[in-house]
Design a protein around this ligand. Structure first.
Ligand SMILES: Nc1ncnc2c1ncn2[C@@H]1O[C@H](COP(=O)(O)OP(=O)(O)OP(=O)(O)O)[C@@H](O)[C@H]1O
Length: 237
């Protein structure tokens, strides 16, 4: 059975402007679907629809079931969106992580009872991933607003991977603020996590404007254009 099945998906703004329509995608285990297209063509909106963060028409099924049948908060821990620029949250990344790790839906998604989850494991795992990308532990105690774009991006990604609940990661230009070395390091870790038997991660949908990155990470290539999408048989040249 498909991990995620997207049928006849369309999205319209509150003002009635259609962003895209008739998008189809069947996501299977091991897929890294690279999403490309011109600025403003609807890529971010598509990922937000997949995460059930945006209203849409059409059908999104996770293992054949609707997001609502899992409960949307639980669904979002399994099909997790990592934004390009995390919205300016109050407080520090450590505050955010504390909230995320105490989130009951996450505990239920991991199959733990309320009292048996050791939140420090999650903390340490996220900190360890971020540390391997050059993020000093002290940055977790700095307000989000005082972190650089690249620091913010790496911390958000470390949380997305380190919380260890996502089966599908929806990555929105995850390395756009990083230098080349950091970008390659982060790419490698994400793909290693996907290939690790210890991680629940099974597939990734990855927006990038970089043809080189698309070539490095992609196994499938979804192009957004003229209000819809089509799959390319090979990576962009
Ligand atoms: N809530 C909203 N209300 C009205 N218009 C919106 C809303 N969200 C997105 N849009 C519009 O929908 C279009 C698609 O936006 P989206 O962010 O999905 O594009 P994108 O392909 O990810 O762009 P980029 O590559 O620049 O990040 C844009 O024209 C954007 O202004």
């Amino acid at each position: 059975m498909a991990l995620l099945s997207v049928r006849d998906l369309s999205c319209t703004t509150e003002e009635g402007t259609q962003i895209f329509s008739e998008v189809e995608l069947t996501l299977n285990e091991g897929d890294v679907v690279v999403v490309q297209g011109k600025s403003g063509c609807g890529k971010t909106t598509f990922l937000k629809c997949l995460a059930h963060l945006n209203l849409y028409d059409g059908h999104i099924l996770f293992y054949g079931k609707t997001p609502k049948s899992y409960g949307v908060p639980i669904y979002r821990t399994k099909v997790a969106y990592v934004p390009q620029r995390p919205p300016l949250l109050p407080g520090t990344p450590r505050d955010f992580l504390a909230t995320a790790t105490s989130f009951k839906a996450r505990k239920r998604a991991k199959g733990h009872s309320k009292d048996t989850v050791p939140p420090h494991d999650d903390f340490e795992h996220c900190l360890k991933i971020a540390r391997s990308w050059g993020i000093d532990s002290q940055l977790w105690d700095r307000d989000w607003s005082n972190l650089s774009g690249g620091e913010t991006q790496r911390i958000a990604l470390a949380i997305g991977i380190g919380l260890d609940t996502a089966e599908v990661l929806l990555l929105d230009e995850p390395t756009s603020a990083l230098d080349q070395d950091s970008c390659l390091q982060v790419e490698r870790q994400i793909l290693d996590t996907l290939n690790s038997s210890e991680s629940p991660l099974k597939a990734i949908v990855w927006i990038t404007h970089s043809p080189e990155q698309a070539n490095r990470v992609g196994t499938r290539f979804l192009q957004f254009s003229s209000g819809s999408s089509y799959e390319e048989p090979s990576p962009p040249v």
